[in-house]
Design a protein. Structure first.
Length: 377
């Protein structure tokens, strides 16, 4: 059994935090996690930061500590690797709390996939698979902003970082032996870049289900409505759908109402219509006057393209099995669909890195072969 003290060590003073951060900055790596609340806000509400140094587990009470600068300095110290698991929301939480994104990071969920343990494996499953330790998951829906935290909450939070340094050591060794450490570093760098550069509000319309049906002024209206919703939700710090549901944006863009009475619908009535109606109508009116309408979005795959997609997915599965990797980590379905739909297909985004080296040639070859196969009746 590994010798780890899982007893939570509560840190609630600036002086103690500064002393600990000086110590951690002398290490090669530390485990990092956060607890936050987000049920009624756009942004996460940081409630706790956990750090594990391989020997002890520290719970940093960011609600009580006045000076968090030492923690900020630790997170941007590139000589210290931050070990995290499925860290996208944690990166956002730390950015909200400290205004920085930790770097470099080592995401153990991604690393587990690259060592053949499967895609999307949770922290508890990863710990069980690598070091045969069972973890409870009883406090996942706790109120982390309450003070004092219960002993059960503290124990749960401490366990979230207790074993990270130890599974990190196992995964790091395996990645080095397989020559895949560069893969992990590339993917983690992309996570950091994505956290630092969130998608612009002007592009959120592309996520709306059914947006491909719209053209010209309708699509311009949807783009502007979704951009307004995104900015307003951030400004008011409230969930997007609490402000205005996605379906309402789509309906308004399809209908292009030209007077307030025509705007009323489920999700936009009563108080919401009185509060947002005039603004939304102005957005639609201006969108209809735009000369620079967005290009049409890709339609769902037709039969021929669907057959092509199946051939590509089969080829990806073959390579994944050969390399002992989950197919999901090699390429996403949307990336394959984009290849199939492109008139002049080329490798983009994630497929330009190690994935391009591993499967890029096979994908392009299979795509060409698939297009030469006669369409089935």
């Amino acid at each position: 059994m590994l010798n780890v003290d899982t007893t939570p060590r509560w840190v609630d003073s600036s002086e103690e935090l500064a002393e600990l951060c000086r110590k951690w900055r002398g290490q090669k790596a530390v485990a990092l996690d956060t607890e936050f609340m987000r049920s009624r806000t756009f942004y996460p509400l940081p409630a706790l930061v956990q750090v594990g140094d391989g020997e002890h587990c520290y719970l940093i009470d960011n609600l009580a500590i006045e000076n968090l600068e030492p923690l900020r300095d630790l997170l941007v110290d590139t000589s210290v690797t931050k070990i995290m698991h499925s860290c996208s929301e944690d990166l956002e939480t730390l950015d909200r709390l400290l205004g920085v994104i930790p770097e470099p990071i080592f995401d153990t969920q991604i690393a587990a996939a690259m060592t053949g343990l499967g895609a999307g494996l949770g922290y508890a499953g990863t710990v069980k698979a690598l070091i045969n330790v069972e973890l409870p998951k009883s406090e996942t829906r706790s109120d982390w902003l309450q003070r004092p935290l219960s002993e059960a909450q503290k124990t749960y939070a401490a366990l979230d970082v207790a074993w990270l340094p130890h599974i990190y050591a196992v995964l790091l060794k395996r990645l080095k032996e397989s020559g895949r450490l560069d893969w992990l570093q590339e993917d983690c760098a992309e996570l950091v870049a994505a956290a630092r550069n969130p998608q612009p509000p002007e592009l959120y319309y592309q996520k709306v289900k059914g947006a491909w049906r719209l053209r010209g002024k309708q699509l311009a209206a949807l783009q502007d409505l979704c951009a307004w919703r995104e900015r307003e939700a951030r400004l008011r710090d409230m969930p997007r759908n609490h402000l205005l549901k996605e379906a309402v944006c789509l309906n308004l863009a399809q209908q292009l109402p030209d007077h307030p009475a025509a705007m009323a619908q489920p999700g936009l009535e009563g108080r919401a219509l009185r509060e947002y109606g005039d603004t939304l109508l102005k957005i639609i009116t201006r969108a209809c006057e735009r000369a620079d309408v967005p290009p049409s979005l890709p339609q769902p795959l037709n039969r021929r393209q669907g057959e092509c997609l199946k051939m590509l997915r089969k080829r990806v599965s073959e390579i994944a099995e050969r390399e002992d990797l989950p197919a999901e980590i090699l390429v996403r379905k949307k990336e394959l669909e984009a290849l199939v739909q492109a008139r002049c297909p080329s490798l983009e985004g994630r497929l330009r890195g190690w994935r391009g080296d591993l499967i890029g040639g096979a994908l392009m070859e299979s795509l060409e072969t698939a297009r030469e196969v006669p369409e089935s009746k």
